[in-house]
Design a protein around this ligand. Sequence first.
Ligand code: FES
Length: 118
Amino acid sequence: MLHRVCASGEIPDDCWKVFAINSIEVLVGKRRGRLFACNNSCPHRGASLAKGDFNGDNIVCHMHGYEYNVFTGRLENMKSWKKEATWVEQSPEWRKSGDLVLYRVVEKDGAVYVDLPQ
Ligand code: FES
């Protein structure tokens, strides 16, 4: 089901905003002129992705530095754990992460819509 989130001009290039739709936090952004939408919860440990940054087409989680491609959803990079002197080694199980949960995003009639399952 399509949900209107904002007017087209409200999301400038290389920016994002978070919208609550049916109690789901949806991050809607634009990278290199292309819109994307994903769940704002990091697939690793649930941090808010909105606090992160872009690295190319990846969104970088502020919590542990995992990077997910905003167009494919794929986990592209994990932090190089051993480089930080302060880092406490975690188990391989703890490091595991799924991919980003993406939503279809549509721009029409001057507005941006996100497609969420019913
Ligand atoms: S919670 Fe996002 S990288 Fe760990």
